[in-house]
Design a protein around this ligand. Structure first.
Ligand SMILES: [Fe+2]
Ligand SMILES: [Fe+2]
Length: 356
């Protein structure tokens, strides 16, 4: 840059001056350092992913347009409202962390210069999860007449008990996010996909059930939509595993086994009951949660009973085992639901990737 006298550089010029100019010295620039976030290529390989993207557009829905006007809250007592809002709170711990979690995964697909349809599919998951979060927020805000679970002033004894639980869920969820941020750059997309699949199988299971048995029309329709979204997310993970696992790096196998065990412990928080060895929760947490669930259930808000949850969770794990068996990836022991397998110890929040 030619510059007369001593006139000071402005800020932009100073920044540019750190860059050593090469354009005058060569025909083409030196190879760009990777990962360079933006691709100038749009490779298409996996047709299935194109189909899933197309269906994500066809099946798009708007949480605002659900039949909220049919929800007559005067039919419910405050105990019931607070108990139902608590279930949405548990869900929020998973679904409100999902948009940033998938946004980070989306960035990773760009860095890896993934097939274009993969990039779009992760974009669609991020969008869907945003909808799920919005749904949780709308349900809670209407039920509590307050938009914030932690600053809400409970009206009943059960409301007070579950608000204490909510504080502990929030605390544990924040530990997950810290772990996730360090885990994402560490693991290959192949490892990430199995962790995601874990969450999606779990999510699809619970939402289909809630949709089938919930009494309130607006919740029924919401669960039907969310369940369909989760089914697509599951299909995305399956297609990617089918594409990549036949050539999986052997070193990745034990990592995946460990992730599945970690995912079971983490997602048990919403699908089953949070295991105390892993979730840092007070001694009365489970009793409070069971009490709230019984109240919500009696009000027509279908939360499966303990034994049914356990059966569902076991079946979801067996489905996942079926997928991993195909690729000779050892499955972890899950004694909580009676599944034998490889013993995995020392699972910590820092290891957790699964999302809903
Ligand atoms: Fe979700
Ligand atoms: Fe999902």
């Amino acid at each position: 840059m030619q510059r007369g006298g001593n006139s000071p550089l402005n800020r932009e010029e100073r920044l540019m001056s750190k860059h050593e100019r090469i354009a005058g010295t060569m025909e083409l620039p030196t190879p760009t350092e990777q990962p360079n976030i933006f691709p100038l290529s749009w490779p298409a390989k996996t047709k299935k992913l194109e189909d899933i993207w197309d269906s994500s557009l066809r099946e798009a829905w708007d949480p605002k347009k659900l039949p909220w006007q049919t929800l007559d809250l005067s039919k419910y007592t405050w105990e019931q409202r607070e108990a139902i809002a608590y279930w949405w709170t548990i869900l929020s711990v998973f679904d409100a962390s999902a948009p940033p979690v998938f946004a980070a995964a989306l960035i990773k697909t760009y860095e890896a210069h993934e097939e274009e349809a993969v990039r779009r599919c992760f974009f669609s998951v991020t969008r869907d999860e945003q909808n799920h979060e919005q749904l949780c927020g709308t349900a809670i805000t209407r039920l509590l007449e307050h938009p914030d679970v932690l600053t809400y002033v409970p009206k009943t004894e059960i409301g007070r008990k579950v608000q204490k639980n909510a504080h502990w869920l929030y605390y544990n969820g924040s530990r997950y996010w810290e772990g996730y941020k360090t885990a994402v750059p560490k693991y290959s997309l192949a490892v990430l996909f199995s962790s995601f699949l874990m969450g999606e199988i779990a999510a699809a299971t619970i939402f289909h059930q809630m949709a089938a048995h919930c009494v309130e029309p607006v919740f029924k329709e919401a669960f039907r939509n969310v369940g369909r979204d989760e089914g697509r997310h599951m299909a995305i993970c399956m297609s990617l595993m089918e594409r990549d696992y036949p050539k999986l790096d052997l070193a990745d196998r034990p990592l995946i086994t460990k992730q599945i065990r970690a995912g079971f412990l983490f997602l048990s928080g919403v699908l089953f009951e949070p295991p105390e060895a892993f979730w840092d929760i007070p001694a009365d947490f489970i009793a409070n949660q069971r009490e709230a669930e019984a109240i919500a259930r009696a009000a027509g808000f279908h939360i499966p009973e303990y034994e049914v949850k356990k059966d569902n969770w076991r079946n979801a794990m067996l489905n996942l085992k079926g997928v991993l068996d195909k690729f000779d990836i050892p499955f972890p022991a899950i004694p909580e639901v009676g599944i034998t397998g490889e013993e995995i110890r020392d699972v910590d929040m820092e290891d957790i990737i699964p999302v809903f």
